[in-house]
Design a protein around this ligand. Structure first.
Ligand SMILES: C[S@@+](CC[C@H](N)C(=O)[O-])C[C@H]1O[C@@H](n2cnc3c(N)ncnc32)[C@H](O)[C@@H]1O
Length: 331
């Protein structure tokens, strides 16, 4: 499937998009022998803004983002995962990146081509990116790319899913006595490799982005190679801030099975550490769920752990009834 995607992407893109296939120069930049194309510096370009869209709920956009998206004179080049309600706010022209798994690099070139074409006509372009542009969003790379071509982008922060998704899923990332540090990691390294794992620390929260497709191997590697106990709590917040948000809880031993059973899909943020259980103990009593940032009710009834706890309560009730019955018999 990955190779099919690659072929499809390859057919859609111009020859210049393949320059990354060339060997790197000693300065670390690709030097294409097949498609030599010198970097072109644009005279009198339009402006470019890298804009953070937050996790998906338009209410979590910054005022700056709202005003930029409402400008009808701009071209907005958006990441594929930006939610529809946010795209609906775009007043100018809109192009959406085709970043399917397996062709992210090719699609990135397509994005560059779209932006450069409009910038060279003096148009103002907004690169709309999910979350915050500088957190696993290739924001730094894009700044360097455009600077090299004579355009210095303005960067506008957005609320990163790495911070917002846990909160919206009822998980405080730090909590006194439970976690005093947060590490934000990607599940995918460069060219699909697995990034180095951080070793287990009992008072630490680890947030994984772009990792849901590797949940099983990630959990396995954390336990086998990084010293994590199998009962370390894990929370997954799927489509945080969107209408169909779900929160799934488990531990390193069972989370991959639960995620498969509940068909958890991207975009999802994975949280590993004791904080996932901090607000959970009251969940059976708090039947109407925890309040999210904007007062919406986060549906904790979707959570597998609630079901496990409910099952456990039922089992204990039955055990108690049996013991009472036996006690009655013995009287
Ligand atoms: C390429 S990274 C970009 C992260 C983004 N720059 C940020 O700061 O949120 C995409 C990953 O962010 C996470 N993500 C983005 N939006 C999300 C959402 N609404 N709910 C849960 N996770 C989300 C997922 O892990 C997804 O794979």
């Amino acid at each position: 499937m990955r190779s099919l995607n690659f072929i499809l992407c390859a057919l859609l893109l111009p020859a210049s998009a393949f320059s990354f296939l060339a060997p790197p120069s000693r300065f670390g930049r690709p030097v294409s022998r097949l498609f030599e194309s010198p970097v072109e510096v644009i005279e009198n370009p339009g402006t470019l803004t890298l804009l953070g869209a937050g996790p998906g709920d338009p209410n979590l956009l910054t005022l700056k983002a709202l005003s930029l998206l409402s400008d009808p004179s701009t071209l907005v080049v958006s990441d594929r995962l930006v939610s529809q309600p946010i795209l609906d706010l775009v007043a100018g022209n809109l192009l959406i990146a085709n970043k399917n798994p397996g062709c992210a690099d090719l699609a990135q070139n397509e994005i560059y081509n779209w932006c450069m074409a409009s910038l060279s006509l003096g148009k103002n372009v907004i690169r709309l990116k999910i979350g915050d542009p500088f957190i696993f969003g290739r924001g730094g790379e894009e700044v360097l790319y455009f600077r090299e071509r004579g355009i210095d982008p303005v960067v506008v922060p957005g609320i990163s899913a790495s911070l917002a998704a846990p909160l919206l899923g009822g998980i405080p990332l730090t909590h006194r006595g439970v976690s005093n540090q947060i590490v934000i990691c990607t599940g995918y390294g460069r060219e699909g490799t697995s990034p180095d794992l951080i070793r287990y620390h009992p008072e630490q929260t680890v947030v994984f982005l772009m990792a849901i497709g590797r949940l099983r191997s990630l959990s396995q590697r954390l336990m086998e190679m990084a010293g994590y106990p199998g009962d370390t709590e894990v929370g997954i917040v799927e489509k945080a801030g969107c209408e169909d948000q779900r929160t799934l809880r488990g531990n390193l031993n069972n989370i991959a099975d639960l995620a498969e059973e509940y068909e958890i899909v991207p975009p999802s943020t994975i949280v590993v550490g004791g904080v996932c259980a901090v607000l959970e103990s009251g969940m059976l009593e708090k039947k109407d769920g925890l309040k999210g940032l904007d007062g919406t009710v986060v549906d904790l009834a979707e959570s597998k752990s609630v079901e496990i706890l409910k099952g456990e309560v039922e089992r204990l009730k039955e055990e108690l009834a049996e013991k009472e019955a036996r006690l009655e018999e013995m009287k």
